[in-house]
Design a protein around this ligand. Structure first.
Ligand SMILES: Cc1cc2nc3c(=O)[nH]c(=O)nc-3n(C[C@H](O)[C@H](O)[C@H](O)COP(=O)(O)OP(=O)(O)OC[C@H]3O[C@@H](n4cnc5c(N)ncnc54)[C@H](O)[C@@H]3O)c2cc1C
Length: 302
């Protein structure tokens, strides 16, 4: 095997939700070459970054898991930055600020990796990852080849990219930033952090950010609040009292507690508004029959 792995690795500690069972094998490649070799060798592995947008099954994950946390190199060439998939986006945001380069101010406030942020086309405060994206290298799991893709080929949309359609793993990505006086960048980043203080729970209360995507021309948080979900509880999971589109793990919540709560929120909005919200958080791992049904309904796989 190209790189060491840990057997029966407790995924819970790696997630911002502090939920998740064991991965039978967890790999931590340290070079892009090792990552490619793993992707060539392993059968159908799951690649994860900071696990800040996933609900990992408390029953664990059967497949091999590759965690990209050690692929954390990035380099600037004037206003172009190339970053490996495991780079934490707040770190990239701070490095760009230091260099007086604008475009990553929005990434200061959330705990994702470059891989997860490209997969989701992460966005906030009127900036999106796709605004600065130039090109990337992906490993195509079907052809087992490395492909160079340009921005058009990424097919970015609201919280979506081609990585969600195709069997691609992001290796590294290039972004083009815009020179701006450092004080202006710092001021925007501080405003962004300030905004988040009241609008989202800090990670002291384990969470995964927004649970549902915004429907067209509306806000999931507004609909959920009007439907009366704030404070609802299921086992150790609770809808945050500060904002209705967040769930916090208040007391050793399981993936089933969260699945039941998400489904309750989904049904309450559907009943009041006949709008079917789409979950933004992605379920990873083994599902009980009950969880399978709950998620199939919400993902419209009836
Ligand atoms: C407090 C908080 C606030 C947040 N605020 C925002 C926000 O304002 N805006 C926003 O957009 N998101 C937000 N998020 C959600 C999340 O942080 C982002 O979506 C982030 O970009 C996900 O990155 P990740 O590394 O954690 O992905 P993970 O959770 O590890 O993975 C998410 C998906 O990406 C895939 N993936 C990960 N790496 C790769 C790779 N190298 N190649 C292919 N696929 C890959 C995974 O398989 C999975 O399907 C927030 C989360 C939290 C906890």
């Amino acid at each position: 095997m190209v790189c060491d792995y840990i057997e029966n690795y407790e995924l819970k500690n790696h997630t911002t939700f502090k939920i998740g069972g064991l991965a039978q094998r967890a790999f931590f490649p340290t070079t892009v070459e090792d990552l490619c070799e793993l992707l060539e060798t392993l059968k159908n592995p799951i690649v994860l970054g900071c696990c800040s947008n996933v609900l990992i099954s408390s029953k664990g994950v059967e497949q091999d898991v590759i965690l990209t946390s050690k692929l954390n190199n990035f380099e600037f060439d004037n206003n172009i930055v190339t970053a490996q998939c495991g780079v934490k986006v707040p770190m990239l945001s701070k490095a760009a600020e230091e260099k007086g380069l604008s475009g990553f101010e929005f990434m200061i406030g959330f705990p994702g990796s470059v891989g997860g942020a490209v997969y989701m086309n992460a966005s906030a405060h009127s900036q999106a990852l796709s605004d600065t994206f130039k090109a990337c290298r992906v490993f195509d799991m079907d052809s087992k080849k490395v492909l160079d893709l340009n921005k058009d080929e990424l097919k970015f949309g609201y919280r979506s990219s081609v990585l969600q359609e195709k069997n691609y793993v992001l290796l590294d990505a290039k972004f083009e930033l815009r020179p701006l006086p450092k004080e202006e960048i710092t001021a925007v980043m501080q405003r962004n952090l300030e905004f988040r203080k009241d609008k989202q729970p800090s990670l002291v209360m384990p969470n995964v950010g927004s649970i549902f995507r915004n429907p067209p021309n509306d806000s999931a948080g507004r609909l959920l609040e009007k439907a009366g979900v704030k404070g609802l509880k299921e086992g150790g999971a609770q809808v945050w009292l500060g904002h209705a589109n967040f769930i916090v793990n208040v007391e050793n919540a399981t993936s089933k507690d969260v699945s039941l709560l998400i489904n309750k929120m989904y049904n309450m909005v559907k009943e009041k508004y006949t709008i079917e919200l789409v979950p933004e958080v992605k379920y990873i791992g083994l599902k009980s029959e009950e969880e399978e049904k709950l998620w199939d309904t919400m993902l419209n796989k009836k």
